[in-house]
Design a protein around this ligand. Structure first.
Ligand SMILES: [Zn+2]
Length: 174
């Protein structure tokens, strides 16, 4: 059974991805570096890097094989670890700006945390729904919207199963 831990200010710090079930299987005996066949990220010495950054570390070694990185697998399988919902009447007039903010935030993160990605962004009856490949990105997107537009934000996390929910609502227009 999954228990939800609710707390309005309980942002989890130091989120680590080590327990992420989508990290590459250990002990597969594959030599590194490996490349993600979908997005081109490189797996080297237990971490995923953008190709440029990885090359600095592994030098002239040849790519030993192709795999699929955890972010691409989650995107392909549609198995997000974070859900951000944005709601309230304020959204109606500002949804384009907010979409842009979300996409820019994702781009910024991609550099340092290339496994943090948006799975989908869609408009729903209640507002906007964004799913992410990591809990950390869901938090970050929620924080960015809150910082830019104030409103009310609520974070909740599942115990046991890695999953973060971030809800943001703003009804007033002033
Ligand atoms: Zn990938």
């Amino acid at each position: 059974m999954t228990q939800r831990v609710k707390s309005s200010q309980g942002i989890r710090n130091n989120l680590r991805n080590e327990n992420d079930p989508y990290l590459p299987p250990k002990g597969m005996g594959m030599k590194e570096p490996l490349r993600c066949k979908d997005c081109g990220l490189i797996y080297w010495n237990k971490r995923w890097y953008q190709e440029k950054e990885a090359k600095r570390l592994y030098g002239n070694r040849e790519i030993q094989g192709e795999v699929m990185c955890p972010a691409c697998r989650k995107q392909n399988d549609n198995v997000p670890l974070g859900l951000v919902t944005l709601g309230g009447s304020f959204l109606r007039d500002h949804s384009d700006e907010i979409f842009n903010l979300i996409r820019n935030e994702e781009k910024k993160v991609m550099h340092h945390n290339p496994l943090d990605r948006i799975v989908h962004v869609k408009k729903t009856k209640k507002g906007i729904e964004i799913t992410t490949t990591t809990e950390r990105l869901a938090q970050r997107l929620g924080k960015a919207v809150h910082r830019a537009y104030s409103g009310d934000i609520h974070y909740s996390f599942s115990d046991g199963v890695k999953f973060a929910r971030v809800q943001w609502v703003r009804d007033n227009h002033i």
